[in-house]
Structure formats: structure tokens, C-alpha cells
Design a binder for this molecule. Structure first.
Ligand code: T5A
Length: 204
């Protein structure tokens, strides 16, 4: 299975991706945990380039192309080979992040992004996506003490548009995307995720 986690900054998806990964290992699954942008050496180099705060203005289309370039390396060198070997893949962010951030957030045409996503992934789609949803204020409260990257420094309305974008993606893809309330404790959220996974697969 190919499972992705999505959501705004500080929603807790990295925490949940790791907890689910550990739960799957404990339950005898062969599974890898990876992330976007990143996941392979070349894609991690692109990640550093994208997220580093910089003086020069960063054109939205350049940003979009870099996320796509990183995705191409990741899908080709890690995700597809793992799935071919029967290994489960959990990925912290994937194609929906580009639609939400560069589409709804930056205002780039969503159809264009969907087409580029298809090219970058060769048509690979997640089997199941957990959208961990929290209000923007809750997410920011959780991450305010740490050093902010270039995306996190964006104004609050940008992140509100991104959240709306994710919810719109969930409405349009109910068979793949499940919205999980991220406001409970990490253990409570994990319990809901495992329950949904049990309903969606006969593997447990
Ligand atoms: N991006 C990415 C795009 O614009 N386009 C794309 O195509 C892609 C793939 C990636 C950035 O790139 C953007 C989106 C991002 O801005 P990143 O560093 O990977 O950058 O950032 P995030 O993925 O947003 O990771 P974060 O760490 O910021 O957010 P998470 O994953 O939501 O948060 P997490 O789990 O690390 O938790 C944050 C804090 O909250 C606590 C944790 O302990 C931690 O301190 N926490 C909770 N607190 C209370 N209750 C809970 N249930 C909690 N769960 C976690």
C-alpha cells in the first residue's frame, strides 16, 4: 500500500506518519517512511534549495518546477521500486501538497499542477491519504518556537487558502482522502487513523 499524509504546517502529520510507521512495523509489515520534498539524495538537495530563506524573490512557477523535479527523483528511485517489491510506503506529503500550496496558496492553475503531477509520478497515486486537519492558528501555535523555513514564513492568509485547498481536494476525492481531526492528542489521532486503515484494508 502507498499511504500519504497531508495537511498544513504544525497539523501533526509528521508525528502521525512516524507513529503509523512504527505501528505497522510492530504489526509485521515491511514498510518505509519517507517525505516530500526529499526522500532521496538528489531530492533532499532540492528540498534544501527550496526551503532555505533567501533575499532574492522566488517566482511561484520556479518553486512549482522544483517541487516537481524533487518528486520525479523520489518516485523513480524510491517509491516505485519499494512498491514493486511489495514494501508498504508511507510518505509525509505528496501530490496534494503541490495542489494546495502552489495551486490554492500561490494561485497557479490547478489543472496545470495536476498535469505536471501526472508527469512527475508517471500516474502513480496513493491508495490512501490521511488529511490531518487543524485550524491554521492551532498549527502555528505548535511550531512557533522553532526556526521557520521559507514556506512557514508566509502570511496567515496564505496558509488559510492552503487549508481550504486541502479540504477541497478531500471533497473531490472521497474514495482516497480521509479527513482526520488533528486537534486531539497524538495518541487519539493515531487511534482514529488505525481504525480507518482497518476499515480500508483486510491486512490487519
Ligand atoms: N510543500 C511541500 C509545497 O509547498 N509543495 C509541495 O509539493 C510539497 C511536497 C515542507 C514545506 O514544503 C511545502 C509544505 C511545507 O511548507 P516541512 O519541513 O516538511 O516543509 O514542513 P511540514 O511538512 O509542514 O512539517 P511540519 O513539521 O511543519 O508539520 P507537521 O508535520 O504537521 O508537524 P509535526 O508532526 O512535526 O508536529 C509539529 C509540532 O506539533 C507537535 C509536535 O510534537 C511538534 O512539536 N504535535 C502535537 N501537539 C499537540 N497535539 C498533537 N496531536 C500533536 N501532534 C504533533
Amino acid at each position: 500500500m502507498f499511504i500519504t499524509f497531508e495537511g498544513i504546517e504544525g497539523c501533526g502529520k509528521s508525528t502521525q506518519a512516524k507513529l503509523l510507521y512504527e505501528w505497522l512495523l510492530d504489526n509485521g509489515k515491511e514498510v518505509i517512511l519517507t517525505r516530500e520534498p526529499g526522500g532521496t539524495p538528489a531530492a533532499e538537495e532540492i528540498r534544501n534549495f527550496i526551503l532555505e530563506p533567501r533575499e532574492e524573490s522566488f517566482p511561484p512557477f520556479s518553486e512549482l518546477c522544483l517541487y516537481m523535479a524533487a518528486r520525479g527523483f523520489h518516485v523513480e528511485n524510491l517509491i516505485k521500486p519499494s512498491l514493486r517489491e511489495g514494501i508498504w510506503v508511507i510518505c509525509d506529503r505528496f501530490v496534494d501538497s503541490t495542489v494546495a500550496y502552489q495551486g490554492y496558496g500561490r494561485g497557479i492553475d490547478v489543472k496545470l499542477i495536476e498535469n505536471l503531477n501526472k508527469e512527475a509520478t508517471g500516474g502513480l497515486e496513493p491508495d490512501l491519504t490521511f488529511l490531518i486537519d487543524v485550524p491554521v492558528e492551532v498549527g502555528f501555535e505548535r511550531i512557533e518556537k522553532r526556526k521557520q523555513d521559507r514556506m512557514e514564513k508566509e502570511e496567515i492568509n496564505f496558509h488559510k487558502r492552503v487549508r481550504e485547498g486541502f479540504l477541497e481536494i478531500a471533497r473531490a476525492n472521497p474514495e482516497r482522502v480521509v479527513v482526520v481531526d488533528g486537534r486531539g492528542s497524538a495518541d487519539e489521532v493515531l487511534k482514529n487513523i488505525i481504525e480507518i486503515l482497518r476499515q480500508r484494508t483486510d491486512a490487519f
